[in-house]
Design a protein around this ligand. Structure first.
Ligand code: ADP
Ligand code: MG
Length: 694
């Protein structure tokens, strides 16, 4: 754009430059109009410049580069020809202006050649050699010799008329020229006005375009913002797409896994279906079997009922035979048990106690015991060595010192079971103090199951058998009590709390008017159903005895302790009931006081105590004798012990007596007494036992 202004200026300069130098020199007198034109042109240029920064509106904008080049081509050519200006006006052709100037200049050429010998420039030029740097055809350069060269044909000084004529000629030419310049000036003004109008139009266009540009910029800004938003959105969507793609990949993996699982499951399903079909086949065959089995079961139920009846009959038969066996063995049986020599005790001389083998040979359990005693009185009288007297005793069974608790219990287990069958059972431990009665009945030190005595073993056996019998329809219940009889007073060994360790409050009474059953008042009757409960009761009884022992020395040895278990059985289906007591009695020491001893005040009590014991033990013997002899009067009432046990002694009862013997020679006298008492009992035969069946 700037080029356009420059080109305009250049074009004009070229136009003027094309004129002869003389013309330029002459024009110096008329400088103001030319300067004005030039200034106006410069102003136009500035105006055009100011509006030229915008794209041209109208047809010029629509013009293509080629067209513009075509349009510019003549001007370019002209400009090149002048060699002064290289920039080209691409906006507007300046044809008219240039043509006017050039035409004017061209027209001037011939005018310079005057009609006459006024030696026109053309004439002068034709006579002169042209300058080598300026081509002859260029009008600008053709007049150069006129300006700087010598004027050929100069009128002589005297030719004033000729000079005047020349001057007039020249004046005339200047006037024409002035006129021409005025016209040119007018045209230029006209052009200037057009240019100004154009500039105004262009300014308006520029404003419009600026407005448009602003709106376009706003739109562009909005577009940019929108683009940014969209870019952010695109990024977001791309991220989302990534996530979704990952998800899709995971889902595809999952789908693959699921397909694998499905194939596995379908394989399994097929397998199961196959099995199911096999099972169905098996089921149908099983159903046939079931029908068959049901028929068999029905037959077997009938058979079972018959066998149940038979079993019941057999059970009754077993009880009868068992009872017969017990009767054959004797309703009163006596077992002799000799305890071992304890640590610290002197070993008896060999042959003091002998246990001859049974009738069936050395492996037959012994039933006899021989005790040898030297007769000291006879040796004193004769002076010879004291002869020994051998005392042989025979019992239902003899247990030598090495016998185990288990062995002993095995012998009485059948007897204990008789209590379940409804026969009263009474087991006594008889013997002097320290002979092993408590060991036999209750056992040795607690915690060693091998040393457990008859009471815990009998209880375990009863619970076990009752459990077995429940399969045959029998239901059993057990109620335990534990009392001691000291000096003919009864004390509850199961007492707890404030009553613990106190005696004399208990009395033996009939359970009800007309009832045969006896009960001890104020004594605890504790239902038991397992070994642990029994164990707890034995522990309590042991504690109660220990409390009493502090009050009266060794009272436990001087009293009878009676463990009673009331057994009640019921066969609901057959409406049967049976009940019997099992009595396990640890008798007081059977030793007697030496009649030769002089008694002090404390020993008198001991004498009374001993007399009470001896009396009760004698009464027991007498009761057994009376029962054996079937006497009309049985002296049960003579002692608390026999009174309490009267329902377990006699016709319907089974009785077992352990006679416990010390192995020591020093106890030989008491051992003999015990063995003699036991032998008497052993000789007794009590009538046929009757089961307490209702
Ligand atoms: P009792 O009750 O007749 O007075 P014990 O039962 O208290 O006699 O026994 C006296 C001692 O002999 C106790 O220390 C006991 O452990 C022990 N004893 C008794 N009999 C046996 C036996 N068969 N085996 C081992 N020790 C026994
Ligand atoms: Mg004892």
């Amino acid at each position: 754009m700037r080029g356009r202004g420059s080109r305009d200026t250049g074009t004009l300069s070229a136009a003027f430059a094309s004129r002869p130098v003389r013309t330029t020199v002459d024009m110096q007198a008329q400088r103001p109009p030319l300067l004005e034109v030039k200034r106006n042109l410069e102003l136009n240029t500035a105006l055009v410049k100011s509006s030229s920064r915008l794209p041209l509106a109208g047809s010029r904008l629509k013009r293509g580069p080629d067209q513009m080049e075509d349009a510019l081509e003549p001007a370019k050519k002209r400009t090149r020809g002048m060699g002064a200006v290289t920039k080209v006006d691409t906006s507007r052709p300046r044809g008219p202006l240039l043509s006017t100037v050039s035409q004017t200049a061209a027209q001037k050429g011939p005018k310079k050649t005057g009609p006459r010998g006024c030696s026109t420039a053309g004439t002068v030029l034709r006579n002169q050699k042209p300058a080598p740097a300026a081509p002859a055809q260029k009008p600008g350069t053709s007049t150069a010799p006129v300006v700087v060269g010598k004027k050929p044909g100069k009128r002589p000084a005297w030719d004033l008329k000729g000079q005047l004529c020349d001057l007039n000629e020249e004046l005339k030419r200047y006037r024409e020229k002035t006129h021409t310049l005025d016209r040119e000036n007018q045209e230029l003004r006209e052009q200037l006005r057009e240019v100004q109008e154009q500039a105004t139009t262009l300014g308006a266009e520029r404003n419009t375009l600026e407005g448009e540009l602003a709106s376009v910029r706003t739109q562009a800004e909005q577009g940019r913002q929108k683009l940014e938003t969209l870019s952010a959105r695109v990024l977001e969507l791309e991220e989302c797409l990534d996530t979704k793609e990952k998800l899709v990949q995971e889902l595809q993996k999952e789908r693959l896994q699921l397909q694998e699982e499905r194939s596995t499951l379908s394989t399994q399903l097929e397998e199961r279906e196959r099995r199911f079909q096999a099972s169905e086949a098996a089921l149908s065959s099983s159903q046939a079997e079931v029908v068959c089995l049901r028929q068999k079961t029905a037959a077997q139920v009938t058979l079972l009922a018959e066998q149940g009846d038979r079993l019941y009959g057999l059970e009754m038969e077993r009880r009868r035979l068992h009872n017969q066996l017990q009767e054959l063995k004797g309703n009163i049986r006596v077992f002799c048990r000799v305890r071992p020599v304890l640590a610290g005790e002197s070993t008896p001389s060999p042959g003091f106690l002998v246990f001859p083998p049974g009738p069936a040979g050395p492996y037959d359990p012994p039933t006899r015991v021989s005790l040898s005693r030297s007769d000291d009185r006879r040796s004193t009288l004769t002076g010879a060595p004291a002869p020994t007297t051998r005392h042989d005793f025979s019992f239902d069974r003899v247990f030598p010192p090495g016998s185990k608790q288990e062995e002993v219990f095995e012998e009485i287990s059948m007897l204990v079971q008789s209590a379940l069958d409804g026969y009263p059972v009474c087991i006594f431990a008889y013997g002097q103090t320290g002979s092993g009665k408590t060991f036999t009945m209750e056992g040795g030190p607690r915690g060693d199951p091998q040393l457990e005595g008859l009471i815990p073993r009998a209880m375990r056996h009863l619970f076990s058998v009752a459990q077995e019998m429940s399969g045959q329809g029998w239901t059993y219940s057990f109620v335990a009590s534990y009392v001691e009889i000291y000096n003919e007073t009864v004390r509850d060994l199961l007492a707890t709390g404030a009553r613990k360790g106190q005696g004399g409050e208990c009395e033996i009474r009939r359970a009800g008017p007309g009832s045969e059953e006896l009960t001890v008042t104020n004594a605890r009757y504790v239902p038991v159903s397992c070994e642990k409960e029994v164990e707890a009761l034995l522990h309590l009884a042991h504690q109660n005895r220990a409390v009493a022992r502090t009050a009266q020395n060794e009272r436990s040895s001087r009293s009878h302790s009676v463990f009673q278990l009331q057994i009640s059985g019921e066969h609901a289906a057959r409406g049967l009931q049976c009940g019997a007591p099992l009595n396990l009695v640890d008798l007081a020491g059977s030793e007697r006081l030496d009649p030769g001893l002089t008694l002090g005040p404390g020993e008198r009590d001991r004498l009374r105590e001993t007399q009470a014991i001896n009396s009760s033990l004698s009464t027991l013997g007498l009761v057994i004798m009376a029962l054996s002899n079937k006497e009309s009067h049985v002296p049960y009432r003579n002692s608390k012990l026999t009174y309490l046990l009267q329902n377990s002694l006699g016709g319907s009862a089974k009785m077992l007596m352990f006679v416990n013997i010390s192995p020591l020679e020093e106890n030989v006298s008491e051992s003999l007494n015990s063995l003699r008492f036991a032998s008497k009992v052993n000789q007794c035969v009590i009538g046929t036992a009757q089961a307490n069946k209702k």
